[in-house]
Design a protein around this ligand. Structure first.
Ligand SMILES: [Zn+2]
Length: 266
């Protein structure tokens, strides 16, 4: 294989790794923001539960005051009952007492409802606070992991940038320019392997003559369909593990004419 082609295969791997790292770094703020939103929602749930509990207490106090006022009236009428002179007056006051006693019972019922609701709201607040505490811990850990990942990836980008410069310095300038042009035009994949006679990137068949020339490794060829720079790996006759495929990834039988290319070049 042409030495420049081997370098381009490595360059493809380096650039892809750097691009992936940059993309992932770019996604980090959005991912952190989503975690913050979840935390905000958990905080809002606690606030809402507190608010509901406070309203319940306020309403209950109001009802208790109302109840006391009505109760006082009942007491007052009961006092008056002692002093009435006529039967008619007696019945009138008796009627008032009944009315206001009914009112007291009604308000007492409402107070009881508020007390029961208070118990439920207290449980709901405790649940919301527990959920918030869990989220603060879990989302905090997730956030720290994302931030750590972004820092690690920044190091990867630095390393890849340095490695790219080192490789680029050894590639013939016109070849490098071709690589860069195809890389930009073809979604970050400038180099494509030929497998089973097909360009792995666009799946269009490569003419046998081109494939032969590729294997002889005398010049660069671009895919006639997608323009990517092609490379092919000679299929070796059966050796140690049957040697069926050109792209054996698990075996350590890489021949000297096989590139150290990643399988990510498709
Ligand atoms: Zn192609």
């Amino acid at each position: 294989m042409l030495p420049d082609l081997e370098r381009l295969i490595r360059l493809q791997s380096v650039d892809s790794t750097a691009d992936d790292a940059r993309r992932r770094i770019g996604e980090a703020p959005g991912r952190v923001g989503a975690l913050d939103s979840r935390l905000d929602a958990a905080r809002a749930a606690v606030e809402a539960a507190k608010q509901a509990l406070a309203e319940n207490q306020t309403e209950r106090r109001t009802l208790e005051k109302d109840c006391a006022v009505v109760q006082q009236r009942v007491t007052k009428y009961k006092d008056q009952l002692m002093e009435v002179k006529t039967n008619r007056e007696y019945h009138a006051i008796q009627h008032e007492i009944e009315t206001f006693t009914g009112e007291v019972q009604k308000v007492e019922g409402q107070i009881l409802e508020k007390m029961m609701a208070h118990d439920e709201l207290t449980v709901a607040l405790k649940d919301a606070e527990a959920a918030l505490a869990r989220d603060i811990k879990a989302l905090g850990d997730e956030k720290a992991a994302i931030e750590q990942e972004a820092r690690d990836l920044a190091v990867v980008v630095e390393q890849m940038t340095a490695e790219r410069a080192a490789i680029a310095a050894t590639v013939e300038p016109r070849t490098l320019a071709l690589f860069d042009t195809v890389y930009k035009r073809r979604q970050g994949i400038a180099v494509s392997k030929v497998t089973g006679g097909l360009c792995e990137a666009c799946h269009v068949r490569v003419r046998p003559q081109v494939l032969n020339n590729l294997l002889m490794g005398q010049t660069l060829f671009q895919c006639e369909s997608c323009q990517r720079i092609l490379y092919a790996v000679a299929t070796k006759p059966a050796e140690s593990t049957g040697g069926a495929g050109a792209g054996d990834q698990e075996s350590g039988t890489r021949g000297q004419d096989q590139p150290a290319a990643d399988s990510s070049s498709s």
